[in-house]
Structure formats: structure tokens, C-alpha cells
Design a protein around this ligand. Structure first.
Ligand code: SAM
Length: 256
């Protein structure tokens, strides 16, 4: 199944906004879960490489490799990358990874898009060196009372659900008993404040990627263009801060 949020130039700009917002949850997650500097770090679904660079900065690893299915994102990620940072095209649902096994495997905001995510998670565990860690960060819940943000989230969740994906995949991951050889060493929900302007920016940049989807047109076709315009206006004019909260499920698994 193709990636719903696409890899257009606008989608890349959206991931820059995403990087700025979610660094405030991923950074403390990495500090909590990673001890000594790992040798090889693998970033699954790295997009234009923002998460990969964050991993390098926080973990001080010797080598980091970002894997993604989008050549367009990867070529952006490669620009000005230092020698110990590389990017390879790969469908991360497939193992073995072309990188060999890693000491740290990280994935943020991708399992929600994959078919059979729990089986995929178990497969990723096999790509760890002994003593290595698999870290995943996905959405558990989103708290907002803003009607436009609520409306967007309702459509987004419905669209994902009709293709057997779950926007709020965190609870499913938290309940999962991981495969043999893996032990869950951290499971928590990190509460990330997100301003209405930031949320509206991410949403308005994402909406054009899927607003022409037949499901959206069938059930929301009459309102979707207006919602896009309203979100754009909100992104430009909302002034208050931090009134929405993203609950981010953060899970660390150790390879025994
Ligand atoms: C929502 S973005 C998240 C990017 C990054 N992890 C972050 O948190 O900013 C999901 C990324 O996964 C990539 N992707 C989607 N399906 C994939 C697959 N099967 N294999 C590899 N990459 C995939 C997309 O191209 C996109 O870059």
C-alpha cells in the first residue's frame, strides 16, 4: 500500500515542522532509553533525515543510517550529510535490512501507516545486535478542543481506519507481547504540548496529500476544501501557545 502522506516538496516541508515539534518528545525519550554511545544506529522511515540527525546528536553514535522508501526524501537527507551519516532506500517492512544489524533501531510515526504493524515490530527486533535497543514512538492520543483540529483528526483517523491503519496506535503497541529475544525496558506516554498554530500548520500541509482520496471525497468532499483554507488561516493567525497535548507512546525493547 502506498504511503498516504506522500513525498512531495510540501510533504518534506511538513516533516521539517514535525521535526521541530516532536524533537521535544524524542529528545527526552532518547536520553531516557539510550546509555553508552551505540556504534550503529538505524532510523526507520527517516524521511528527509531530521530524525537521523537528532539520533546522531543525542546518542553520539559512530555511524547512523536512515532507511526510507522515498528516493526524493533520501536525496534531501543526503545533502550536507557528514561521512558517518548515510541514507539508503529500503522498504522497512522487509528484513534483513541492507545495513546489517544495528545497536540502536529507532522509528517514529511510521507504524501507524504500515499493514500488520505488530508483526513488523517483531521483525525489526531480529535486526538488533545482542544487547541492542529498538525504540518506537507513536501517537497514543491527542487532546484538543479546537473544532477545526478535531474535525481534521476525525477525518484523518477515519481515512487510516478504512485502510486497516490506526492513527492512535500507541495502545495497541503497549499491549503487544513482543517476540522471543526481546524485552520491553520502557513503556510510557510522554505528554507533548503543541500550540494551535503548530498543529494547524502540520495539518494544513498534510491535508492536500490525501484530500483527493476517494474515501475523503465520498464522505467529506463537501467540507474538505473549506477545512484546508480554515486550517491555513489558523496556522497563520493562532496566537495562543501549548493548548493541545499529544500523548506520545514511547517504547524501548532490549535484545536479550
Ligand atoms: C510520517 S513520516 C515520519 C518521518 C520521520 N520518522 C519523522 O518522525 O519525522 C513516515 C516516513 O516513512 C516513510 N515510509 C513509509 N512507508 C515506508 C516503508 N514501507 N519503508 C520505508 N519507509 C517508509 C515515508 O516515506 C516517510 O518518510
Amino acid at each position: 500500500m502506498s504511503y498516504l502522506f506522500q513525498d512531495t516538496e510540501r510533504a518534506a516541508r511538513r516533516l521539517h515542522v514535525v521535526a521541530n515539534v516532536f524533537a521535544f518528545s524524542s529528545r527526552p525519550f532518547l536520553h531516557a532509553a539510550v546509555g553508552a554511545a551505540p556504534e550503529v544506529v538505524i532510523d526507520l522511515g527517516c524521511g528527509p533525515g531530521y530524525t537521523t540527525r537528532l539520533l546522531v546528536e543525542v546518542t553520539q553514535c559512530a555511524q547512523a543510517i536512515g532507511l526510507d522508501s522515498s528516493e526524493r526524501f533520501l536525496s534531501q537527507a543526503r545533502s550536507n550529510a557528514p561521512a558517518h551519516l548515510s541514507f539508503v532506500r529500503h522498504d522497512v517492512t522487509e528484513i534483513p535490512f541492507p545495513t546489517g544489524q544495528g545497536d540502536l533501531i529507532f522509528c517514529r510515526l511510521l507504524l501507524t501507516h504500515l499493514q500488520d504493524p505488530l508483526a513488523v515490530l517483531d521483525r525489526w527486533g531480529t535486526q538488533l545486535r545482542p544487547g541492542g535497543f529498538l525504540l518506537v514512538e507513536e501517537v497514543e492520543w491527542i487532546r484538543t478542543e479546537h473544532p477545526l483540529l478535531c474535525q481534521y483528526l476525525e477525518i484523518q483517523a477515519a481515512l487510516l481506519r478504512q485502510q486497516a491503519n490506526e492513527l492512535y496506535i500507541g495502545p495497541l503497541l503497549a499491549r503487544h507481547q513482543v517476540g522471543e529475544g526481546l524485552r520491553c525496558s520502557l513503556s510510557r506516554v510522554y505528554q507533548l504540548p503543541v500550540s494551535t498554530a503548530q498543529a494547524a500548520a502540520m495539518f494544513s500541509m498534510n491535508l492536500p496529500s490525501w484530500k483527493h482520496h476517494p474515501f475523503v471525497q465520498q464522505y467529506y468532499g463537501r467540507i474538505i476544501d473549506q477545512l484546508e483554507r480554515d486550517l491555513q488561516a489558523l496556522a497563520n493567525h493562532a496566537i495562543s501557545e501549548g493548548e493541545n497535548v499529544w500523548g506520545m507512546r514511547q517504547l524501548a525493547y532490549a535484545r536479550t
